[in-house]
Design a protein around this ligand. Structure first.
Ligand SMILES: C[S@@+](CC[C@H](N)C(=O)[O-])C[C@H]1O[C@@H](n2cnc3c(N)ncnc32)[C@H](O)[C@@H]1O
Length: 204
């Protein structure tokens, strides 16, 4: 099954709070964005944003230039509907992040929670990193969260790659300065705990 079909099926069959990655709010992501991109005009892209409420929280804090990209139209539809009229203030993109042409945009913040770790093929990871290099301005911030070294081996029935801060940073390379990394224990809606790793880099 190709990834788009997989994700469309997941989001068509399951309500937002019935997937393992669900959190009512992405507190860690939000706090990093607010700390490193306090200007409300900052161009922020949430890559593989799915149905997450990060976009709601960014709008509520006054951010004016938010893009949400996801491979699933169904997920984007749910987020747009949840936001109602406020959804008009967001740029929505349905696309595969490893392939998509984003036009001339330059982002101040690239946020990804639980997307990069699904790229099990080296060529897809390289394509993803090329996209980051292409679309994030120099001095911009890249916040990527994957499963940590003790995290699950699969998510949503798909294999994942688990990372340490060192191994994740080495996927990105020397053009990215690792500013901070932290582990987060995420409690799933089913009461299990998953180890996530957050890495925050600045593009040199
Ligand atoms: C585990 S979910 C995480 C969703 C959201 N970031 C969150 O934390 O709630 C992974 C998301 O990545 C999206 N996705 C997977 N592969 C993708 C790709 N190649 N390009 C864009 N989005 C992708 C899926 O549709 C899904 O919404």
């Amino acid at each position: 099954m190709n990834p788009q079909t997989h994700w469309e099926r997941i989001y068509t069959e399951k309500p937002p709070d019935a997937v393992s990655w669900y959190r009512p709010h992405l507190e860690k992501s939000l706090s990093l964005i607010e700390q490193f991109a306090p200007e409300k005009s900052a161009a922020i892209i949430d890559v593989g944003g799915g149905e997450s409420t990060l976009v709601d929280d960014l709008l509520a804090r006054g951010y004016e230039n938010v893009t949400v990209l996801d491979i699933s139209q169904a997920a984007i539809n749910v987020s747009r509907k949840r936001l109602g009229a406020a959804s008009e203030r967001v740029s929505w993109l349905v696309a595969d992040i490893t392939k998509f042409e984003l036009g001339i945009s330059e982002y101040d913040v690239w946020h990804d929670r639980a997307v990069f770790h699904f790229l099990t093929a080296e060529s897809d990871r390289a394509a993803y990193v090329r996209q980051v290099t292409r679309y994030v301005r120099r001095g911009g911030h890249v916040i990527v969260s994957t499963f940590g070294p003790d995290g699950p081996l699969k998510c949503s029935g798909l294999d994942v790659v688990r990372y340490t801060a060192k191994s994740l940073h080495s996927e990105f390379g020397g053009q990215f300065q690792l500013l901070e990394s932290a582990k987060e224990l995420h409690e799933t809606p089913f009461g299990t705990v998953q180890q996530f790793l957050y890495c925050h880099c600045r593009v040199e």
